[in-house]
Design a protein around this ligand. Structure first.
Ligand code: AMP
Ligand code: MN
Ligand code: MN
Ligand code: MN
Length: 298
């Protein structure tokens, strides 16, 4: 596959920001469809120059990804995307460049994953009540890691059986607040997630901030508390942000003194509209997160 260009939309880009870093994606170890090895090869083929695998609540794929990246001569950072509950909503915190063997981090992630099985059973029960049978077993067919059954796996089942045409339709009609199949869940708390990452030597980053339905006050509280707990970064350029959202979160990074990250959030060639490495550069006057992680790159 040919490398895709990353169009610069902002003339004042820092020299250090001109790097095709992709620091957010998912493998079969969480809710992606490719193995860590296939992702490493795809990242390399797409021209990625610095890569991290960030599976949900799980570092089980990091070692495999590191080996595959080394074989492809692709600079690599350890990664994870931790599910957190803040102000009644789910927020995702990406961790980068930590020690993936760190005992407290590994334990914390295990606790965060716990409860996904029961939640999935309840989701299936709600779907049964609207006439969709066999959703738990149907979702399980797509699960690569039995501890990590997620809404994405249910979405694949609902598309497979023809209830919905594609994943975006699933999340419009099902599995989200107020819709059949939504089961509220209590994830990690913000303080713990930021500490697990930081204490393991990594940098905590708020993932895709434009995707949360917070009021301006709640968003301000999120970033204020995140910083107070030791959080250092924010994803400015990510697959689900629009150009105006890049600008908004570039401004927020400067206001809060946070470094900026860049990642596609790639899950699958069939589902993700942003491929690995196919993102614009970080906007100008931002410190890229990789400036803080030079000694952590392998
Ligand atoms: P879970 O951790 O089980 O709550 O599942 C969350 C995952 O569902 C996210 O990481 C995405 O992969 C997927 N997801 C959530 N909302 C959407 C959406 N609107 N469109 C596509 N995928 C979504
Ligand atoms: Mn996901
Ligand atoms: Mn996410
Ligand atoms: Mn993600």
């Amino acid at each position: 596959m040919p490398a895709r260009p990353c169009p610069a939309y902002n003339e004042n880009v820092n020299a250090s920001a001109i790097l095709n870093a992709d620091l957010h994606c998912h493998s079969v170890v969480s809710d992606g469809t490719l193995t860590p090895e296939a992702l490493a090869q795809r990242a390399k083929a797409n021209g990625v120059e610095l890569w991290a695998l960030t599976d949900h609540d799980e570092v089980g794929g990091v070692q495999r990804a590191a080996q595959a990246a080394a074989a492809a001569q692709l600079p690599f950072l350890s990664g994870v995307e931790i599910s957190v509950t803040f102000a009644g909503q789910t927020v995702h915190i990406v961790g980068l460049g930590f020690d993936a063997q760190d005992e407290r981090l590994v334990q914390g992630l295990r606790a965060t994953r716990g409860g996904r099985g029961e939640r999935a059973q309840e989701m299936a029960e709600q779907l049964r009540q609207v006439g969709i049978d066999g959703a738990y077993e149907g979702a399980l067919k797509y699960v690569g890691n039995p501890e990590l059954i997620s809404r994405t796996h249910f979405a694949r089942f609902l598309v497979e059986v023809g209830v919905c045409a594609d994943t975006p339709e699933v999340f419009r009609r099902f599995l989200t607040e107020g819709k059949p199949g939504f089961v509220p869940h209590r994830w990690a708390n913000l303080r713990d997630a930021v500490h697990w990452i930081g204490d393991a030597g990594g940098i905590a980053v708020v993932a895709h901030p434009a995707r949360y339905a917070f009021t301006a006050n709640e968003e301000y509280a999120l970033f204020t508390e995140f910083k107070a707990h030791g959080g250092r970064g924010v994803e400015v350029v990510t697959g689900s942000h629009s150009p105006s959202e890049y600008v908004k979160y570039a401004d927020l990074a400067r206001e809060f003194g946070l470094v900026a990250s860049r990642g596609s959030d790639f899950h699958s060639p069939d589902e993700s509209h942003t491929d690995l490495g196919a993102l614009p550069w970080l906007p100008g006057q931002l410190t890229p997160v990789w400036e803080l992680l030079e000694t952590r790159i392998h």
